[in-house]
Design a protein around this ligand. Structure first.
Ligand code: SF4
Length: 331
């Protein structure tokens, strides 16, 4: 081992799962200084990584990469997995961005908790190689849990890391990791990482619809895809109807008051309804009728719906439209 060992610094991509934690601890045990980076977008979050940082005391930086991520997501080189998950290009992008931070911080290499063969698409030998090549970080990405099964990396060749003390875990089993966790005295750790919305069928259907209809989408619009019922009128306006109180709160919280309209039935409980910008009067009336329809008002009575936008507040008088009559507009 090299005499400068105490100065070797590694930056790890952290998802917050047990494998991320173990990869860091395996390196730490060799005396390497480790720190973590976690990228977040409206599709995946940093809560588990934060928990892992708390458990281990490893310093964590969280960085929002929504804008750059969206560019890749619209047209990933390797395409998508089962839904809209561009796992290979997602990893490549994350390592690329982590690489930039690594150089800025004077870290020597990158690492992750990836395990060869653990995920059918993104953790095959070829997938790991693809990520190295397309991240521009070839040779600088160490996977401590599977290192002995993979080609030697620069940190191993240079003696910054002792390859003999790295692991040779492969495959989907968890036994080795659980044993290793016990050795490190890790008894508490976040549930397996996951929860990426790009693997969720319903979310992705709405996401595709949004990306098909809009060039520049905001983080709030992406967040709102998780809540309520979504309708798309024939002329491309989006209407979101809250399904629960929480949905209603989120509609208020994430809507854009500069361009969007919020509707509720006046003087009667109703869902919050969001109408995207650019709606014409006909579409505003349709949204109001949908709002009335979902508020269980008698369908033969005229209902007053309050529409609030940047221009102020207006009352629209409409006959409720039954949910079954607008089913065909559901996204
Ligand atoms: S599951 Fe989501 S976060 Fe994970 S690699 Fe795939 S796209 Fe990226």
């Amino acid at each position: 081992m090299n005499a400068n060992q105490d100065k070797i610094k590694a930056l790890g991509l952290c998802s917050g799962g047990l494998d991320s934690i173990l990869a860091a601890l395996v390196l730490q045990k060799q005396g390497i200084h480790v720190e973590w980076i976690c990228f977040e977008t409206p599709f995946f979050f940093s809560d588990k990584a934060k928990k892992a940082a708390q458990i281990t005391g490893i310093s964590l930086t969280v960085k929002d990469i929504t804008e750059t991520y969206l560019e890749m997501l619209r047209d990933p080189n390797c395409g998508y997995g089962k839904n809209m998950n561009p796992c290979m290009d997602c990893h490549a992008l994350m390592f690329k961005m982590a690489g930039e931070i690594m150089f800025k911080r004077g870290c020597h290499f990158l690492f992750s908790g990836e395990v060869l063969g653990q995920r059918p698409m993104s953790q095959t030998r070829n997938a790991l190689k693809y990520v190295e090549k397309h991240s521009g970080m070839k040779g600088y990405i160490l996977r401590p849990l599977s290192a002995q099964k993979l080609d030697e990396t620069i940190p191993e060749q240079k003696g910054w890391v002792d390859r003999q003390k790295l692991m040779d875990i492969a495959g989907r089993g968890r036994k080795r990791q659980i044993g290793l966790a016990a050795e490190f005295g890790i008894t508490q750790y976040p549930a397996p990482a996951g929860g990426c919305l790009l693997t969720d069928k319903d979310y992705c259907r709405r996401l595709k619809d949004l990306l098909d209809h809009k060039k520049n989408v905001s983080a709030n619009e992406l967040t709102l895809l998780r809540y309520g019922r979504h309708f798309r009128t024939l002329s491309r306006v989006k209407i979101i109807v809250g399904r629960t109180q929480q949905d209603n709160k989120n509609i208020y919280k994430y809507h854009d008051p500069e361009s969007e309209t919020i509707m509720t039935v006046a003087n009667h409980p109703s869902p919050a309804v969001l109408v995207s910008g650019g709606a014409n009067p006909g579409e505003l009336y349709l949204a109001a009728a949908i709002c009335a329809g979902y508020s269980k008002m008698p369908d033969k009575l005229t209902v007053e719906v309050r529409a609030t936008s940047k221009k102020g507040s207006d009352i629209l008088r409409v006959l409720p439209v039954k949910p079954s009559e607008v089913k065909h507009l559901l996204v």
